[in-house]
Design a protein around this ligand. Structure first.
Ligand code: ZN
Length: 336
């Protein structure tokens, strides 16, 4: 989300660049579904394009307004995304949906722009060893690649130019390196901002974060880049995902990535399975009186359909087991 869109609780998103679609309802917190990218990249079997689009359509119908639908990595590296352009084309047919795609490099950015995405999500790992494993570049080489992307975007006509998010990964710890230097996180966030990121997000790729750390790092990065820092991407690897969301909310974050059914992980970060679960996140926010614009009943229907489509996939979460509590009143209204 752009800074203008997340200027505070209770505000309505404003129309920004042409890529941002009209907003139909006020929300307090944006929930971005990343399962079709983060959830599927770790699955071994190819999920048919129609099944991916069915998932995306169901979540959009539940009120999810932004979905990271795929990754423009080389298909040789992750064959799951060989159909990235087709998935984007299908998702672009859904009215009101902001279609985001992950891009690891300039080549991926060119493919994503050609496909017509609304937002590019670039990823830069703070951990040197994770960065080398993930994109075969050091963090500073990856920062230089980001500058190549923003230079390329400057050549794209404004009406076709997507927004570009700079995402720092392994911000709170790394599966191979352990603790990550917070000063390095701030330095690279400033680098992304100076290179032209519209907004910045911080990712707990391997589930290392704790709430005190989230509050501290978000505050430090916000101090350095201001309201350019808008989003958190959290994993629930060790059960602290929603506690970390709460810490992020306290520190002023109003946009969170999540994955339906808690699917997710990173093939280059052993043990890093499990994004925070979209339906559990929405339940927590709505319970707290924070509007997401998402209908929980429909979201649970989407989860059931996804479980049927992906038998054997590592699903997680709690709400689907217990159901909504008696007398539950979602902040966003709806049938729940
Ligand atoms: Zn992730």
């Amino acid at each position: 989300m752009t800074p203008e869109e997340t200027s505070g609780i209770g505000t309505t998103s404003t129309a920004g660049p042409a890529a941002v679609l009209p907003v139909t309802a006020a929300v307090d917190v944006d929930v971005c579904e990343v399962g079709p990218r983060d959830g599927l990249q770790s699955l071994s079997g190819f999920v048919p394009t129609a099944a991916k689009l069915d998932w995306i359509v169901r979540e959009a119908a539940a009120g999810v307004r932004e979905i990271e639908v795929c990754s423009f990595v080389p298909p040789k590296v992750v064959p799951q995304f060989v159909d990235a352009a087709d998935v984007v084309a299908g998702a672009l047919d859904i009215p009101g949906l902001t279609v985001t795609a992950l891009v690891p490099n300039a080549k991926g950015a060119e493919r994503a722009v050609a496909a017509g995405v609304h937002r590019l999500s670039f990823t830069l790992s703070v951990s040197r060893s994770h960065s080398l494993a993930n994109v075969r570049r050091t963090p500073d080489e990856q920062l230089a690649e980001f500058a190549r992307i923003t230079a390329f975007l400057a050549t794209v006509p404004a009406e076709h130019r997507p927004l570009v998010s700079g995402g720092l990964s392994t911000v709170f710890g790394c599966a191979t390196e352990g603790p990550v230097d917070e000063a390095e996180v701030v330095r690279l966030a400033v680098g992304l901002a100076e290179a032209g990121a519209d907004d910045i997000s911080l990712a707990d790729t391997t589930g290392h974060a704790n709430p005190a750390q989230v509050r501290r790092v978000v505050t430090a990065v916000s101090r350095a880049v201001g309201d350019r820092l808008t989003a958190l991407h959290l994993h629930d690897t060790r059960g602290l995902g929603l506690a970390n969301v709460l810490a992020g909310l306290d520190a002023g974050i109003r946009s969170f990535d999540a994955s339906l059914g808690g699917l997710g992980g990173c093939p280059f970060a052993p043990g890093a399975h499990g994004n925070i679960t979209t339906e559990d996140l929405v339940f927590m926010l709505e319970s707290m009186g924070l509007r997401t614009g998402i209908d929980l009943g429909r979201l649970l229907d989407a989860r059931r359909a996804l479980e049927a489509a992906l038998p054997g996939a590592p699903f997680a979460g709690h709400l689907h087991k217990a159901g909504l509590p008696k007398g539950f009143r979602p902040a966003s209204g709806g049938r729940s």
